[in-house]
Design a protein around this ligand. Sequence first.
Ligand SMILES: [Fe+2]
Length: 460
Amino acid sequence: MKTRCWKYRLLTSLSLAAALLLRAHPAPSLPSTGGDFPLSLQTPGKVPERIILGFVSDPARSLAVTWRTSLAVETPRAEIAPAGPTADFQKDARSVPAATSKLDLAKGANAYHYRAIFEGLSPETTYAYRVGDGAVWSEWSHFRTASAASKPFRFLALGDAQDGLKSLWSRAVRGAYAHAPDARFILSVGDITSDGWDDARWSEFAYALGFIGTTMPFLATPGNHDLHRPPTDPEKGTVVGVQPTWRAHLTAPGNGPKGFETLRDTVWSLDYQGVRFLSLEANVYAEENFSESVKKLLYDAQPAWLEEQLKNNPNRWTVVIMHNPLYMVAKAVDFEELRKVFLPIFDRYHVDLVLAGHNHRYGRTPKLAGGRIVDPKAPGTVYTIMTSGPKTHVKNPQFDDLMAVTLDASQMYQVVDVGPDRLRYESWDVVGTLVDSFELRKDGAGRTEYASPGRPAAGK
Ligand SMILES: [Fe+2]
């Protein structure tokens, strides 16, 4: 017993001495062995963060990932391999170099953003990937490529986030993920933050999104707030095109009208397992202060591009996303110009579903054509106006007669299931109540039939 006490005292003394020595001489930065150290021991500022997946072109064979560090790294790269149940999958990993962009955060601070593009992937395959610089790595995350053919899948759709991103929007995006972790991607109709230029807002967005962005691609069309430039910018409010912050975090297919580099993140087309998704720049038709030259260019180019996309569409379904809706349910505002430009095109090509936001309230029409409710079996389009953040606006009853459902500003998310013959849309609030749903059934000739459970319109 005496011997044990003596040994115990000696060990305690040695431990205390070591602790004092370490305090006086902090440990030098440790060489990394590939991300196995606890985060607290990794080199500060070089740990990848804000990791977000996005689509570039063919979702069956390619995908992009963006991330950032607060200190520049010399050899930014990703590694990717088909995922396997044991850790052995790592031996098949290949390295993919990443492009770097520097973001000026003002007051002398910078962030370094990276984008790696995975190409040559196999359809319907689960991959594991990580990002880093060869020494400090992220954890391995999984994603699954799309099928090259038309095949049932589900996606999540979110209305404006905009405010309270960390404190409140988090429950919408996390609720959506928890509800449908098998959804293939998240689609946002814009106003992701209240000030697109401000990295502090993007930090909240990335915090709320968390690991979801590492495994589920995030795809968005920009809203008016996403175009906001710093208050000192002389072009503030007159030009379209997202801010560098948007491009640093998100990826878009970039296949819009030729010659419009500023719109590469805004106007795009993506085919996913039998659905053509089309993103439109709608802000310019709704806001007064864009320059006339910008308006003229867009008025000529965008409808022509849209028609091409709809005319040559081999997919069974077409879904349009745009920030501003054709029919407002909040504020005393009417975007007549949007209807003038797009309604005839949506009608002519029988666009199935148009997802929009901007209202900070919820509204959803039955099938419409020519600005009127039509028979469930007649050609037509369903329009939705979604919201996911906490902000609210007062009700606008102008289009109540066209709405199947209008709701207040509950925070919500949408789950959409699409197969060759059926599209089912559900809207859920963040405490788990199904607040709206409908289905479109499609026959062999491409004709749809609209069906709704007949929920009475609320809030009228
Ligand atoms: Fe908006």
